[in-house]
Design a protein around this ligand. Structure first.
Ligand SMILES: [Fe+2]
Length: 371
């Protein structure tokens, strides 16, 4: 039984945790760059809580609030320049996966002025990244507790890098910040949690500890999913939001050990080519992923359902009801042009059995082929 894992993040959750984390923030330096988008950090109240806390600590900040969904490398470069010009000693990311992943990339770039894309992805980092504080405002990404950053490079591809130096030093997860999310964002981010837990559970790299994280994440998630399937996502109370947020942390802990499998890799294509939100793009492949694993690892699939406390029928029903619409069509040309993405791919190699590029093509054809 293996428990191999590493997660050096100081994690604080619960209502008011940003203020409660003031002493920890104070240790990180006298000036920071706050990285966020135009809306979520402000509407959720997270930005106000962060700046109030910095002010109380006597710390200064510079604001970069132009992170877009699926953050671009060019944005990270601009933000890193702003960090350097402002003398930032640490980075505070506020938001969902986009802002938190951008914060990790900016932390590397700001410590290494002039770094090229090739150097970034080759880990040719002369200096250690700046310290990172992650303040989550969605219940989905799990980026708060991972060493992963996914950035869109200038060729339009989502490309990840994994490095222990980009674990946040401090993660602050106040579920109240998720109360103001639009229902569709709540739904698309919640199904990402399921994707993280499910893909981690079935990963070749899974071990006992990662499967405990994955199972606990889904066990927290299922009652919420049942309620959302019944009543929608419009009015979720604090307790429900807290369960969702904690499930997302468990999902992050799980993929931190294992990485993801084919639904995430294939989901990137839907996001890049059609702008489908990340969670939705990964969720649309979850039935295929479970069915595939039931074929190549039937005992594990049975164990999965037993441990999460869900029948196969209910699992499929909930996926059906909770996955947001993804009404796209693909051409044979696009499917053929994407074929090489599934060859020698790290996340696909994590799948059990032998998941081939032809299988990926078949799934895309069956789900999306025009006509
Ligand atoms: Fe994800």
């Amino acid at each position: 039984m293996l428990l191999n894992s590493y997660m050096p993040v100081k994690l604080m959750t619960g209502a008011g945790c940003v203020r409660a984390g003031a002493k920890e923030i104070a240790k990180l330096g006298s000036v920071c760059l706050i990285v966020t988008d135009k809306v979520a950090a402000k509407v959720s109240g997270a930005l106000q809580d962060v700046t109030d806390t910095l002010e109380l600590n006597g710390q200064k900040w510079v604001l970069y609030d132009e992170v877009s969904p699926n953050p671009k490398l060019t944005e990270c470069v601009a933000a890193a320049e702003k960090a350097s010009a402002g003398g930032a000693e640490f980075i505070v990311g506020i938001g969902g996966g986009s802002a938190l992943d951008a914060a990790k990339c900016i932390a590397v770039l700001a410590a290494n002025p002039g770094m090229t894309q090739a150097q970034l992805y080759a880990f040719d980092w002369a200096n250690a990244p700046l310290k990172i504080v992650a303040v989550g405002t969605t219940a989905g990404t799990g980026s708060e507790v991972t060493k992963v950053s996914v950035i869109t490079t200038p060729d339009g591809r989502k490309k990840s890098f994994h490095h222990e130096a980009i674990f946040p030093a401090l993660s602050l997860g106040d579920p109240r910040y998720t109360m103001s999310l639009p229902p569709m964002v709540t739904r698309a981010t919640a199904v990402d949690v399921l994707a993280h837990c499910a893909e981690s559970f079935f990963s070749r790299s899974a071990n006992h500890i990662s499967q405990c994280y994955a199972v606990e994440g889904i066990r927290l998630l299922l009652p919420v999913f049942r309620a959302m399937a019944e009543n929608g996502c419009e009015e979720l109370d604090y307790d429900t939001r807290e369960k969702l947020y904690c499930a997302s942390i468990y999902g992050g802990l799980a993929i931190n050990v294992t990485g993801t499998c084919f639904p995430h890799t294939m989901g990137y294509l839907l996001t890049e080519a059609f702008g489908i939100p990340h969670g939705t793009a990964c969720a649309v492949f979850q039935q295929d992923f479970y069915t595939y694993n039931r074929t190549v690892a039937p005992e594990l699939a049975a164990q999965y359902l037993e441990r999460i406390g869900c029948s196969e029928q209910e699992y499929f029903d909930l996926l059906e009801k909770l996955t947001p619409p993804c009404e796209i069509t693909m051409t044979e040309e696009l499917i053929a042009a994407s074929h090489s993405r599934w060859v020698n791919n790290g996340s696909i190699a994590k799948c059990r059995g032998e998941f081939t590029a032809d299988m990926a093509d078949d799934i895309l054809r069956r789900k999306f082929l025009a006509g």
